[in-house]
Write a protein that binds this ligand. Structure first.
Ligand code: ADP
Length: 249
């Protein structure tokens, strides 16, 4: 039994996220970076570029190519994971790159590549969502012009109940998992995958819940970026404008 009296195995309610911590600008060699903790997931994202795409045949004459590399380190899971890419990481890298490409103004940087590296240091379900969320903050930290700040979150079905943000046991034993990534300003869906089975009504309920989760995570992303630039969330424009005496001094 994974849900007892409305409470999940880790003590959360059906619509509660795991604790999330986001920090922008954690690596000095990368153009942009982000460290993210999401429950027991630990993810580091780094952005390099835009830089000339090499080898040259990978260049696009009219736009930048966004590459993403999702990698789980061997000690990120309970059984040591074999190092290097596997089918799963190739798939997650591909869907991540597609989600991010949709919001980056790639047309500003022809013939270049923007390389996003996502290292999963600790994994306990939902790492693709954590990776996209971290990559998005790292892109913003790198100053890459974007239409929106992508954010991701999953909902799923456990013990017949639709719940937000499945954790380890729920992901393994649950009936379905629906990770999504969105562009929060427009609500455009950048990624949607589904593992398991849901009825149409359950799917709609899970989507609604995942969207609500995305909204909460989006707020944390923005707060992390504001902290990075030492601006408090309450700062208004007049506080950012230097006072007359400061200008004359
Ligand atoms: P996501 O992490 O996005 O939920 P999956 O549903 O494929 O992606 O994986 C669920 C969880 O299964 C991962 O977060 C991780 O905890 C675990 N997992 C994935 N790959 C492995 C692996 N090779 N060895 C052990 N555990 C793994």
């Amino acid at each position: 039994m994974l849900i007892k009296d409305g409470i999940r195995v880790d003590g959360r309610k059906y619509d509660e996220l795991r604790p999330i911590k986001i920090e922008a600008g954690v690596l000095h060699r990368a153009e942009g970076s982000c460290a993210l903790e999401w429950g027991n997931n630990r993810v580091l994202a780094a952005v390099y570029g835009p830089r000339e795409a090499i080898p040259r045949h990978t260049q696009h004459p009219l736009k930048a190519v966004v590459n993403a590399r999702y990698n789980m380190v061997p000690f990120s899971v309970s059984d040591r994971k074999r190092p290097g890419p596997d089918r799963r990481s190739v798939e997650i890298s591909k869907v991540t790159a597609e989600a991010l490409s949709n919001v980056v103004f790639t047309e500003f940087f022809p013939r270049t590549s923007i390389d996003v590296s996502i290292e999963v240091l600790g994994a306990e379900a939902g790492t693709r969502c954590a990776g996209i969320t971290a990559a998005s903050v790292a892109l913003a930290d790198a100053g890459i012009p974007m239409r929106d700040l992508p954010v991701a979150c999953a909902a799923g079905k456990v013990d017949g109940t639709i719940v937000l943000d499945l954790a380890g046991e729920e992901d393994c034993e649950g009936e379905a998992d629906l990770p999504i990534a969105i562009a929060p300003r427009t609500g455009k869906i950048l990624l949607m995958q589904m593992d398991g089975h849901l009825t149409f009504n359950e799917f709609e309920e899970a989507l609604e819940l995942a969207l609500a989760g995305c909204k909460q995570v989006s707020k944390l992303q923005k707060e992390a970026l504001l902290r990075r630039y030492h601006v408090t969330a309450s700062t208004n424009e007049s506080e950012l404008t230097p006072k007359k005496e400061e200008v004359s001094a």
